[in-house]
Design a protein around this ligand. Structure first.
Ligand code: PLP
Length: 375
């Protein structure tokens, strides 16, 4: 890039522009919630539950206050309790492990596959003990975890599966939407997720009637009818505003997902031959690119040089969960999960959002190639 090359500002994502495009639909929907005074749950949330269940191809969707709440209720619904172990990946957001802790159970980490950044199914069996109750795979960055072998192991060893689909709305594994592979799946609608609310939100999806029934009661103080409290539950209800916003945005999710996949394809084409690595895309699956990540050496220098070109980047995640102070008591020293640790040292998320222009994509890709060099 010469001295006079154009500099373009490229944010990691652009929620303001997205709002500007949808304002005429969103404001009347929020007004409807206010006029009905259905601030907590209510008709918009119920309609969203039906629409999102249809979208995922599952029988039930239980709307909740966050993805973390969905993971927590999902694990409780699977019967996870004090004294149990739950197998999961150390390369995720902390909430994945926290939900296990909430149940009084212990996270047992298994290293990731460097090709996908997801739980490596070949390493699961050696970590199963008589205490193991469940497996919690994460579809990291929107790339489906390898569910066939995970399901085969779970069936043979009598373990239950909860999917962490917080980053993977609309993703497909072997042509089937994620959210329907385990006994249940947890989604997040945090504003920056592929389907984001205007505040906190989450959902549990399942084909199991008893799990749905449990989650519906548990999210509202264990109530099965007004003031009939079957058990001490939680306040994990979704707000009416979030249901209204999510219904509008769900109608665009398919088009937005296509856009994300096209941008990723273009990045891959433009970054070919650069001195970096990218996770593999299995052509049988549909990754929904919650993040477009690359692996680079000297990450801090790459971040600084891209920032100097007005390109925002982020790191998902700088430290695997087992090396976080929050989980030091589990006693996993550095070096225990070399693939996850190496990924966290080298990973870098590039800007990717449905409204990105062709100029922004080529500017980011050209800048990255310029900074890291060619192979
Ligand atoms: C965002 C996220 C969560 C937590 O969802 P919240 O809605 O923020 O509570 C859990 N797991 C993963 C992988 C996430 O990305």
């Amino acid at each position: 890039m010469g001295e006079n090359a154009t500099v373009m500002k490229v944010p990691l994502l652009d929620l303001q522009s997205e709002y500007a495009e949808q304002r005429d639909e969103i404001l009347p929907a929020l007004d409807r919630v206010c006029r009905n005074a259905s601030f907590v749950q209510g008709e918009e949330v119920e309609a969203f539950e039906r629409e999102f269940a249809d979208f995922c191809g599952v029988k039930h969707c239980v709307a909740l206050s966050s993805g973390t709440a969905a993971l927590h209720l999902g694990l409780l619904a699977l019967g996870v309790q004090s004294g149990d172990d739950v197998i999961t990946t150390p390369n995720s957001f902390l909430a994945t492990a926290e939900a296990i802790t909430y149940c009084g159970a212990r996270p047992v980490f298994v290293d990731t596959d460097p090709a996908t950044a997801n739980l490596d199914p070949r390493l699961i069996e050696r970590s199963i003990t008589p205490r193991t109750r469940a497996i919690l795979p994460v579809h990291l960055y929107g790339r489906p975890a390898d569910m066939d072998p995970i399901r085969e192991i779970a069936a043979r060893r009598h373990l239950r599966i909860l999917e962490d689909a917080a980053q993977a709305h609309a993703a497909r594994y072997r042509s089937q939407r994620v959210g329907s592979f385990g006994l249940a799946a947890a989604f997040s609608f945090y504003p920056t997720k592929n389907l984001g609310a205007y505040g906190e939100g989450g959902a549990l999806t399942t084909n199991d009637d008893a799990i749905a029934k449990f989650a519906r009661a548990a999210r509202s103080h264990g109530q099965t009818a007004r003031y009939d409290h079957e058990f001490p539950g939680y306040n994990y209800r979704m707000q009416g505003f979030q249901g209204a916003v999510l219904r509008i945005k769900l109608r665009r999710l398919h088009a937005w997902t296509q856009k994300r996949r096209e941008i990723a394809k273009e990045y891959r084409r433009l970054l070919e031959g650069a001195r970096l690595e990218m996770p593999d895309d299995d052509p049988r699956d549909e990754c929904v690119y919650h993040q477009f990540v690359i692996y680079v050496n000297n990450r801090n220098s790459v971040i600084a040089q891209l920032a100097a070109r007005s390109i925002d980047t982020a790191v998902h995640y700088p430290k695997p969960i087992h090396l976080q102070p929050a989980y030091s008591s589990l006693g996993y020293p550095a070096g225990t999960f070399p693939n996850a640790e190496r990924a966290c040292e080298r990973v870098l998320s590039l800007p990717l959002f449905p409204g990105m222009t062709a100029e922004q994509i080529s500017y980011v890709a050209a800048s990255v190639v310029d900074v890291v060099g060619r192979k």
